[in-house]
Design a protein around this ligand. Structure first.
Ligand SMILES: NC(=O)c1ccc[n+]([C@@H]2O[C@H](COP(=O)([O-])OP(=O)(O)OC[C@H]3O[C@@H](n4cnc5c(N)ncnc54)[C@H](OP(=O)(O)O)[C@@H]3O)[C@@H](O)[C@H]2O)c1
Length: 336
């Protein structure tokens, strides 16, 4: 494991940058499974050992892929997975389940697919609005007691939901979208997490690739999930080139190991800087199919910004066009 760790909640120690495994099964384009497994091994070799998956990714096949890594290296990995979404992300989810019976079934299915006997961090992926959150969290707490899960997490919850959940059982981390172009969580959820001693795991920290300047929204494949997101639509994506330009401009002023910094490094370092400013443990989980990009992304840990650079990035964030989800209830923002 990485010599340096970050503590989420009371005692979950993870690498300072995690790895998001979602797109290792098709959601942002096709994937070569052999390369995906090599990329996972490379992540752990490089010290990126906090690995994120979910039962819905690839309709279960993403957890099965992670199992192939765990088979050889379970002791080196801090494993996070999620339950609650029914369906497949590329085809769309069909239901959200947070009832106690479902929670019990879901964990057993995940453990079986992952080929392990415990999950380090188990997240509720989305809130089932038909079920009081305390009921879902009580069921999750039962999994900790049963030794199937070590720590609990929540994805896309509001500050109020986080407080209610924390009254039932300690929550180690909230995982929600947070990046230079997705800052709504800063209003309520992030301050609540800081106050409650809950860590924050920003998902899509590279803006689903957009902030790196390598995504051409007009050429996304027909099964690319990003086609459903309003800010990737033609007009919005055009207008949002402004934020990419700002990230590039800041990258051009910085260097990592004597090489020019990259937009991906700037996007990740910006999140780490937010965490330092707020006294909040922040562990972004960028995803990539390519091993070399893991090394590049790790360079973010060495970057520091001037006040002027932070101002440039803030101004760019204020100018973002289009929402981060077509369905406002899909994300915490819609329920606040
Ligand atoms: N809780 C939730 O509801 C939720 C929702 C979404 C995601 N997540 C989690 O968060 C993780 C990360 O989010 P994400 O995959 O949506 O988005 P992301 O990490 O913001 O961006 C991923 C995209 O960026 C590209 N990329 C990565 N590093 C790069 C670099 N250095 N230069 C240029 N491009 C780079 C990747 O392309 P290549 O593959 O071609 O490198 C990929 O398409 C997911 O894997 C998943 O575990 C959770």
């Amino acid at each position: 494991m990485n010599a340096v760790t970050v503590q989420l909640g009371d005692d979950l120690l993870v690498s300072p940058l995690g790895f998001g495994g979602m797109a290792l099964t098709p959601v942002y384009g096709e994937v070569d499974p052999a390369e995906a497994l090599r990329t996972l091994h490379h992540a752990v070799d490089a010290g990126v050992s906090f690995i994120d998956t979910a039962d819905i990714y690839g309709g279960g096949s993403n957890e099965e892929l992670i199992a192939r890594l765990l088979k050889e290296r379970r002791g080196e990995v801090q494993l996070a997975t999620k339950f609650g979404l029914v369906g497949n992300p590329s085809a769309g989810y069909t239901d959200i389940r947070g009832d106690a019976a479902y929670v019990k079934q879901a964990v057993d299915r995940s453990l079986q697919r992952l080929g392990t006997d415990s999950i380090d961090l188990y997240y509720m992926h989305r809130r089932d609005l038909r079920v009081p959150i305390v009921e879902t969290v009580e069921a999750m707490a039962g999994l900790v007691q049963a030794g199937k899960v070590r720590h609990l997490g929540l994805s896309e919850v509001t500050a109020e939901e986080l407080r209610a959940a924390s009254s039932i059982h300690p929550i180690a981390a909230v995982q929600s979208e947070w990046s230079i172009w997705s800052r709504d969580v800063e209003r309520n959820v992030v301050p609540a997490a800081a106050e409650l001693g809950v860590g924050f795991v920003p998902y899509s920290p590279l803006g689903r690739g957009f902030l790196t300047g390598t995504v051409d929204a007009s050429t996304l494949g027909s099964n690319d999930f990003r086609r459903n997101i309003p800010r990737f639509a033609a007009d919005a994506a055009g207008a949002n080139q402004g934020v990419v330009a700002a990230v590039r401009a800041v990258a051009a002023e910085l260097s990592v190991a004597r090489r020019a910094a990259t937009p991906a490094q700037v996007a990740l370092a910006w999140l780490l800087a937010q965490g330092r400013k707020l006294g909040l443990p922040v562990v972004p989980i960028p995803g990539t199919r390519r091993a070399d990009r893991i090394d590049e992304n790790l360079g973010a840990l060495a970057l520091e910004f001037t006040a002027a650079q932070l101002k440039t990035l803030d101004a760019a964030a204020d100018a973002v066009v289009g929402s981060r989800s077509a369905d406002p209830n899909w994300v915490s923002q819609g329920r606040e």
